[in-house]
Design a binder for this molecule. Sequence first.
Ligand code: MG
Length: 163
Amino acid sequence: MGAEIRVGAGWDSHEFAPGRPLWLGGLKIEHPLGLAGHSDGDVLLHAVCDALLGAIGAGDIGTHFSPNEAQWKGAASERFVRHAVQLIHRGGWRLVNLDANLILNQPKIQPLQAQLRESVAVLLGTTSDRISIKAKSPEGLNAPNTAIAQVTVLLQREGTHEA
Ligand code: MG
């Protein structure tokens, strides 16, 4: 049997708010505003997590880490991603590549791109050549204070596993 492949799609949005650190892709970024949310608000990692879970049909981030549970308040989103990575590895899956769009006005992503790719690659146990992070401004969305992340992943496993 040949290799099996799966695609996963993740999407998330968070609003910028004062008095919070900005976390993106597992990096703490110098910026006057952070992203609001129950956890650290890392919109990119939340979409990464949902894409991974979606690819293996394992629900979404809220299934595994309910926002109603106090233990996840202020949680580092790295934990969510590490859990999703464990699940895909347990199923014999490996990441082929990840492609992300970040839609936000500020901060400018271009100067951070290499660092973001590296950070996400390390979290996913892969190399940054398999990680793409692109950025757009939210034109016409009437959401100037919102950060949106959209992530697609492709997973592959050799055909020795039961479905
Ligand atoms: Mg979120």
